[in-house]
Design a protein around this ligand. Structure first.
Ligand code: ATP
Ligand code: MG
Length: 404
């Protein structure tokens, strides 16, 4: 398998970069890609417009090569665009994605994209020639030769400027440029939102029970956003959960197709134990005074919530949305919390007998988990060998670790 980055300019001097992997006919493909030279993208009003146009152009150009070729990333730097573009990413035949911010998995790989930056990762490492120095000098050839030299297995992250600045991983050691420092998937600004839901959980892994609970509450209470908050260390959970970054990434993958869902690493970033009261306080500080916050919880959590640190302070900072789990909203425990002054709304959701523990157990026992959780999350679990008793850290893990 040969890999290369094709780099050219649009008619008004915008750089275009396309990263291609092909089994054969690489010269022919290179020649074909030259047709991208001096193309006119029209108005640069939005990065996404440019992305989509490049995507369809590529699909048309590369159609004749069918399965011989895979395109892993393509990008245009649109200088005067209202918003910067991160290009497109994904396999051309399967339909590629614009660089809306997000994480997604396809064909056993995990991609991170963002306006102004793009990244892709394949399990493996990249040889030593790639240094940030070489990338700074803007040499597409440097990237090309390094990718070619290492064959299929490489991890590469670039900023979307057509072979200009970028970053690369060297056998698990990432060479960082500033662009990759921004956290993905997370927007820490909640200002302007009037009604926020917070869905706390271990999310080890996230599943359709969580998603249906969050979406139903969002709808019933007309929430602007639901923030998924994977927990850091907690006092109340037995056993050690998977690493925070895995739980964060899986939750981000699951939340990706719902514009009302956000994922926060606020609790994961802290070193010590995380307490809901502290988290809600921090979110309150970032919101307007009149913002209403609803903490979403299933009936099993309702049972022990009154024992949480600063619970009575928490009841003054937010309301609660209690969803049914196992047929109950929390029964007597719920009534006790209400009597103690908590504002609790009972929300009915379709009862789903799904739990993360059950999914972990099924994976350990090699049973199917299809239809219990999003496919992208299942793909991520398989890619990282989660819940099976372990697989060595891969370079991809290291890259994602730094990236998110
Ligand atoms: P585990 O089995 O590891 O405890 P879990 O499935 O209970 O995992 P958590 O991350 O512990 O998931 O739960 C986070 C929140 O989501 C809790 O408030 C929990 O009650 C709620 N929740 C989880 N699964 C469901 C479900 N199937 N229906 C309704 N609520 C759920
Ligand atoms: Mg649980």
């Amino acid at each position: 398998m040969l890999s290369f980055v094709f780099d050219t300019l649009t008619s008004d001097g915008r750089p275009v970069a396309v990263c291609v992997m092909c089994r054969s006919r690489d010269r022919e493909i290179k020649e074909t890609l030259k047709k991208l030279k001096n193309i006119e993208f029209g108005s640069y009003s939005s990065g996404y417009t440019v992305d989509y146009r490049l995507s369809s152009m590529l699909r048309e150009l590369l159609e004749p090569f069918g399965g011989d070729i895979e395109v892993f990333g393509a990008t245009v730097k649109a200088g005067k665009a209202d918003c910067p573009t991160g290009g497109i990413i994904g396999r051309i035949g399967e339909g590629s994605e614009s660089a809306a911010e997000g994480l997604f998995s396809s064909g056993g790989m995990t991609f991170y994209t963002a306006p102004g930056r793009f990244a892709f990762a394949i399990d493996g490492g990249i040889p030593g020639e790639l240094t940030d120095k070489a990338l700074e000098e803007g040499s597409a050839e440097t990237i090309y030769s390094a990718l070619t030299a290492c064959g299929r297995d490489f991890v590469f992250i670039a900023d979307g400027s057509g072979g200009g600045k970028g970053a690369a991983a060297v056998r698990g050691e990432i060479v960082m440029l500033s662009e990759t420092e921004a956290k993905s998937g997370e927007r820490t600004e909640f200002f302007g939102l009037k009604r926020i839901g917070i869905m706390g959980g271990t999310f080890d892994p996230v599943h359709y029970g969580h998603l249906i609970a969050a979406e139903t509450v969002r709808d019933e209470l007309s929430l602007d956003k639901v923030i998924f908050m994977p927990t850091g260390h907690t006092t109340y959970k037995k056993g050690r959960p998977s690493e925070g970054r895995h739980r964060y990434t899986m939750t981000a993958l699951a939340a990706a197709d719902n514009p009302a869902f956000l994922v926060s690493s606020m609790e994961l970033a802290g070193k010590g134990y995380s307490y809901t009261a502290d988290t809600v306080r921090k979110i309150r500080e970032r919101c307007g005074r009149d913002t209403e916050i609803f903490f979403i919880t299933g009936s099993d959590v309702v049972e022990y919530m009154s024992g949480w640190k600063d619970f009575s302070a928490l009841t003054k900072m937010c309301s609660f949305a209690a969803v049914n789990r196992g047929g109950s909203h929390g029964g007597a425990a719920l009534d006790r919390l209400s009597a103690a002054g908590a504002d609790i709304k009972k929300i009915d959701i379709p009862d789903l007998e799904i739990s993360s523990s059950m999914i972990r157990e099924r994976i350990r026992n090699r049973k199917t988990v299809k239809y219990l959780l999003p496919e992208s999350v299942e793909g991520y679990i398989r890619l990282h060998g989660l819940y099976t008793g372990g697989k060595a850290e891969s370079a991809l893990d290291t890259v994602l670790d730094k990236l998110i």
